[in-house]
Structure formats: structure tokens, C-alpha cells
Write a protein that binds this ligand. Structure first.
Ligand SMILES: [Zn+2]
Length: 240
């Protein structure tokens, strides 16, 4: 069984908040948990956050995790002109590549018009994870030109549901199971004026539940892959 743990690293709950507690408190806790569990994850950073918190981007790379791009400043690609969107992606890669090799991308809000596969290809991106099975994308892992699409499996709040409930959801997901969450979910958001699904079980409870998710898969001998690791694994599909 193949599982991936991914994080979209951005300001707290955009566009509702502009704070960065996710970076100040959430991300260090996440990195500690992953180190303790010996699991490598993928962190899709906005370039803006990497510039503001360079030590965190370095810690991700030094910890053996994958650093990916989540665009420059969380711009939604469906709301930009093609030219503006391409420029934002290029600019984000330029900043993030100062920290290490960056070959994976996830579009903000998972809004990714097909046109952008060509933009990623031109910029040396190998893996995209901007599609979501839970949003109706049903093609599974597939090449678009030279870019491998590895869709996200569930919405981020699923991994904060009570364990007994989320366990049922996990068993029904098709493989590979690609989870995603945000650093701000690991900081208590209970008092913020944001949607309920962005608040419940945030903070330490979310850390505990993520630990349970990891243990659940470890007990089944699952293989945890970073996004870039799918590329060689599925490389043979490209020639078919
Ligand atoms: Zn995002």
C-alpha cells in the first residue's frame, strides 16, 4: 500500500486570516512528529512563506522531506490570465529552488486549468498534485505530457475527524492515498471567526490524530512516498 502525507504551507486559513501561526507553531510541531515517526513528507510552500520563514524551508530540506511549490503568494490560477499564472509559477520556483531541487507543484485551492501542465513541463516540474479525487477527478495517477498527475485523495479536514469515523473513510480510498493538511490546522483555531470545518480538532488534537494515521499505515507496512518518488515509479506508464 502506498501513502503520502503532504502539507500546503501558506498563511493561516486563507483568505480569511493573514496570520502565520502555522509557521510559528504548527510546522515545527509537524516536523518533530515526522522525525519521531521516521516518515518523509512533501511540503508545498508558497514562495512568500519560504522568504519569510527561510529557516523552516531549510529544516524541511535538511530533514530529508520534499520541498514543492504552492505558487508564489497563494494566487489562484483560475483567477489569473495565463500569462500572469505562468509568471507566478516561474517566480515561485525561482525562489524555492534556492533552498533545493523543486520538482513538484500543487495549485492553491486545487484550482488548476489544464493549460498549466504545459507551463509546469516548461519549468522542469515533474509531478503535479492539483487534482483531487474527492472533487470528482477520477483518472488516478496519469501523465499529462511529461508531468505526472498524482491527485489528492481527501479534503484536509478528514484527518481531523474522530479516529473511528476517519478510519472508515481511509479504507474506502483508492490508492495511492494522498493526504493533505496545512500547518495552521495544527494550531488551535477554535476561537477564530472562520468556518466550522476549519476549526474543529485543530491544535494538539490534530497532531495526535496525524500520529494515529501514520501508525495505522505503519502497522499495515504501507510505503510512505514523497511526491517526487512517484515519478520513477510510474515512469513506465509514459511510454504506453
Ligand atoms: Zn493552499
Amino acid at each position: 500500500m502506498i501513502v503520502s502525507i503532504t502539507f500546503d504551507v501558506e498563511q493561516d486559513c486563507p483568505p480569511y486570516l493573514t496570520t502565520t501561526k502555522g509557521m510559528e507553531e504548527g510546522l515545527p510541531k509537524l516536523l518533530d512528529l515526522l522525525e519521531e515517526k521516521r516518515v518523509k513528507a512533501t511540503f508545498f510552500f508558497t514562495a512568500e512563506v519560504a522568504k519569510r520563514f527561510p529557516d523552516l524551508a531549510k529544516r524541511v530540506v535538511d530533514g530529508g522531506h520534499e520541498l514543492g511549490s504552492h505558487n508564489y503568494n497563494h494566487e489562484r490560477l483560475d483567477k489569473l490570465s495565463r500569462d500572469e499564472g505562468a509568471k507566478a509559477i516561474e517566480k515561485s520556483l525561482k525562489v524555492l529552488r534556492e533552498f533545493g531541487d523543486v520538482v513538484s507543484f500543487r495549485a492553491p485551492n486545487l484550482q488548476f486549468p489544464d493549460y498549466y501542465y504545459g507551463v509546469l513541463e516548461k519549468n522542469g516540474v515533474l509531478v503535479d498534485s492539483s487534482r483531487a479525487t474527492y472533487k470528482g477527478y477520477g483518472d488516478g495517477v496519469k501523465f499529462f505530457g511529461s508531468v505526472l498527475e498524482v491527485p489528492a485523495s481527501t479534503t484536509s479536514s478528514v484527518i481531523r475527524l474522530p479516529w473511528r469515523l476517519q478510519r472508515i473513510i481511509h479504507s474506502r480510498l483508492r490508492e495511492p492515498r494522498v493526504y493533505f493538511a496545512h500547518p495552521w490546522e495544527f494550531v488551535s483555531m477554535r476561537k477564530e471567526k472562520i468556518r466550522w470545518d476549519c476549526r474543529f480538532n485543530t491544535g494538539d488534537k490534530a497532531i495526535e490524530l496525524l500520529g494515529m494515521l501514520i501508525d495505522h499505515y505503519k502497522s499495515q507496512n504501507a510505503k510512505f512516498l514523497t511526491m517526487r518518488e512517484y515519478y520513477p515509479l510510474y515512469g513506465n506508464l509514459k511510454r504506453d
